[in-house]
Design a binder for this molecule. Structure first.
Ligand SMILES: NC(=O)c1ccc[n+]([C@@H]2O[C@H](COP(=O)([O-])OP(=O)(O)OC[C@H]3O[C@@H](n4cnc5c(N)ncnc54)[C@H](OP(=O)(O)O)[C@@H]3O)[C@@H](O)[C@H]2O)c1
Length: 227
């Protein structure tokens, strides 16, 4: 059975990923910033190990990687993300928010891959999934709003593309996937999909990924998206 490591596992899509994998008997390392406040996560019954992890904290990431050094990780899911809505609109750009979004959305996934690559390489599935966004597609951008979030996810997409080339020789598959517009704290109540719907669709995509897919950008329906 697979071992999965998920960041931002306390709410939204991360929590739903945990529920989905645990339901099929997987072992899940569920990372979140504040385990003591993660009530819904603590209520997931099954093989879940909760770890305290702020993905921007390099020492913590390295420490967790050392603690799990002997544990193959079949699927690393870089899910943590931030979106300061309105802060990226021209005329009122909040540059501190921009730096934070780059740290969480762009830099942290690369750091997780650097630190956990040996555990992924030692696994059977050898898969790294990065939760991106359609808003990170340069080709599909048709408005000027949200430059902070869009650029952070476009940056993530480039991280995926670059590292996929490097990691292919170790047999590791690395992709970007957008979850659709989902009713989480980030997506808001008017979104199209529930977290359970989005995760079911993404799981169908993730489950059939092979090395031939590495370096690609998919949506939750499995359609390839332009960079
Ligand atoms: N919802 C959508 O419509 C949508 C659309 C496109 C892409 N996405 C992407 O999907 C992913 C999940 O988003 P969501 O909708 O589930 O959002 P969410 O409900 O706002 O959850 C965001 C998660 O990221 C965690 N996080 C934020 N900063 C972190 C940090 N420094 N270290 C560790 N964890 C951190 C949060 O932890 P705390 O609880 O501690 O803040 C939370 O668990 C994100 O990458 C997002 O960009 C979402």
């Amino acid at each position: 059975m697979n071992t999965i490591l998920i960041t931002g596992a306390n709410r939204g899509l991360g929590l739903e990923f945990v529920r989905s994998y645990v339901a099929e008997g997987a072992r899940v390392h569920a990372c979140c910033r504040h385990p003591e406040k993660a009530k819904a996560l603590s209520e997931v019954a099954g093989d879940v190990v909760v770890h305290k992890l702020d993905v921007t904290d390099g020492l913590r990431v390295a420490g967790l990687a050392r603690a799990l050094a002997d544990e193959p990780i079949d699927i690393l899911i870089n899910n943590s993300g931030v979106f300061h809505r309105g802060a990226g609109d021209f005329g009122k750009i909040d540059f501190d928010s921009w730096v934070e979004e780059l740290k969480v959305n762009t830099v942290a996934p690369a750091r997780m891959v650097e630190r956990f690559v040996e555990q992924v390489a030692a696994s059977e599935r050898k898969l790294i999934v990065n939760i991106s966004s359609g808003m990170g597609s340069i080709a599909l951008t048709a408005s000027g709003d949200s430059v902070i979030y869009r650029s952070s996810k476009a940056g993530l997409n480039m991280v995926v593309r670059c590292l996929a080339h490097t990691l292919a020789e170790r047999g590791i598959t690395m992709v970007a996937i957008s979850p659709g517009w989902v009713t989480t704290d980030m997506g808001g109540a008017k979104a199209d999909l529930t977290p359970a719907d989005s995760i079911a669709k993404m799981r169908a995509v993730i489950d059939r990924l092979t090395l031939a897919d590495t370096g690609r950008f998919f949506n939750h329906e499995g359609e390839e998206r332009p960079w």
